[in-house]
Design a protein around this ligand. Structure first.
Ligand code: SF4
Ligand code: SF4
Length: 438
């Protein structure tokens, strides 16, 4: 694709990077076939190619973002399905991330939306605040359908209340900074990202991860000073807030790596894993560049680590069929497709894959709050495809997908909880629900 940036514009490293990305696009349109929003809305401007044109015009013009550009970029899930499909290697993720930051800096959203985004940014990445908000939302959940109106604000409020769980789990002692020693001879030493929303919504995921790794002879360090990976703010275009969060994590893990060594930084929420693996790029022009690149290189999804260290079950096959839902951040963002299924099969589960496995479930960070209508359609489509597999249980590697899909007829559970169970851990609560007579 031809671009027409001036020399002055190209002096900005972000513009220079976007220019490089834009020039790799050959307009072939192959990406449109696998884009969930194009699939639902049928509008070229809601396809990757259409958005690329809009972003190009916005950046080249150097003017504030228009309502039209914002509408179509906001509808993008950042699912990255287009990156898997693109034959030219267009790095759409970095392009749309730049566009979101540009929009944040140049476009004034209506005040209810500004307020909502501010609240999401102030609450979600902070487990204490999020827990309090969730308790309130859980109490208000039965009244979701009483929220009046068809406005976007009313839809978003209803979506937030519907996403609240029936009850909020108690905090887990496992969240506190400490070293979890390996059982038997130590084979490796890893850090773990405890995450933000996940540790509040489902502390059982971190518990299962640490139990399973330590049982395999891997010491796990919950490092002091770590927090949210920065993805939630990053995807809303809040560049400074996401860099602050990432900077704190880099400092915390580099202290640990330099003091006692780390063989990996384990991530069990694939949305966060995609961001951690991108720290090197995010900090490419910052003083922490080398440290950020080290953190990115150490970061590994839990299924990568379990594969590397030879996961082996100790219980007999459970006779359960699971539908493996491939989170977009895992399959498109990190290109991890084989490991989760191979591990589940090795653990004795019968694994089925729903049709349209490459299409997003509509969760996508805060997307199911900010774009409730499209997210709801994608959720229904995904649940229907999963239902057709005839499985008893959904397994996935990302808390967002589990929250989005878990409220349906089929319970949802994190892959690592199933693997931990089959290697001696407790039976996940979702398994008991799946086995209960209807
Ligand atoms: S990231 Fe997903 S929603 Fe966005 S343009 Fe690409 S395929 Fe479409
Ligand atoms: S598939 Fe790639 S090269 Fe083709 S239009 Fe989409 S982004 Fe551009």
């Amino acid at each position: 694709m031809q671009t027409a940036f001036s020399a002055a514009q190209l002096a900005d490293p972000d513009i220079a990077e976007s220019n490089r990305i834009l020039r790799t696009c050959v307009h072939c349109g192959m990406c449109t076939a696998t884009c969930p929003t194009f699939l639902l809305l049928g509008d070229e401007l809601d396809s990757p190619r259409g958005r690329i044109y809009l972003i190009k015009d916005m950046l080249e013009g150097g003017k504030p973002a228009t309502e039209e550009v914002v509408r179509h970029v906001d509808r993008c899930l950042s699912c990255l399905s287009c990156m898997t499909t693109c034959p030219s290697g267009v790095h759409y993720m970095h392009l749309v991330d730049h566009a979101r930051a540009y929009i944040h800096d140049t476009y004034r959203r209506p005040w209810p939306e500004r307020a909502l985004r501010r609240v999401l940014s102030l609450v979600l990445p902070h487990p204490g605040r999020f827990r309090l908000a969730l308790v309130g939302a859980t109490l208000a959940r039965p009244f979701a359908r009483l929220v009046p109106g068809a406005s976007m604000t009313a839809q978003r409020l209803r979506a937030m209340l519907r996403l609240a769980p029936a009850s909020v789990p108690s905090p887990s002692a496992i969240e506190r900074p400490r070293v979890h020693p390996a059982e038997g001879p130590r084979r490796a030493r890893v850090g773990i990202l405890m995450g933000c929303a996940q540790q509040v919504l489902a502390p059982s995921i971190n518990e299962a991860t640490i139990r399973l790794l330590t049982r395999m002879g891997i010491e796990v360090v919950v490092t002091r000073g770590q927090g949210c990976c920065g993805a939630l703010d990053h995807h809303m275009g809040h560049h400074d807030a996401s860099m602050r969060a990432a900077r704190a994590n880099i400092a915390a893990w580099m202290r640990e790596a330099d003091d006692d060594g780390l063989d990996a930084i384990v991530v069990n929420a694939s949305g966060c894993g995609t961001t951690l693996k991108d720290y090197g790029f995010m900090f490419r022009d910052e003083p922490e560049r080398d440290a950020a690149a080290r953190v990115a290189a150490l970061s590994a999804d839990i299924t990568e680590v379990l594969t590397r260290f030879g996961y082996a079950p100790t219980r007999p096959a459970p006779g359960i069929t699971v539908a493996y839902h491939a989170a977009c951040s895992l399959q498109h963002g990190q290109k991890i497709t084989a490991e989760p299924k191979a591990l589940l099969k090795a653990a004795g589960f019968v694994v089925r894959e729903p049709a349209e496995g490459h299409i997003c479930c509509g969760s996508a960070g805060t997307y199911n709050i900010l774009q409730p209508e499209i997210a709801g359609q994608l959720k229904a489509r995904k649940q229907e495809a999963i239902g057709r597999t005839g499985a008893q249980l959904i397994a996935a590697g990302n808390i967002g997908c589990l929250t989005q899909l878990g409220g349906g007829a089929m319970p949802a559970v994190h892959t690592v909880e199933l693997l931990d169970w089959m290697a001696g851990g407790p039976e996940p609560e979702a398994v008991a629900r799946a086995r209960a007579p209807a």
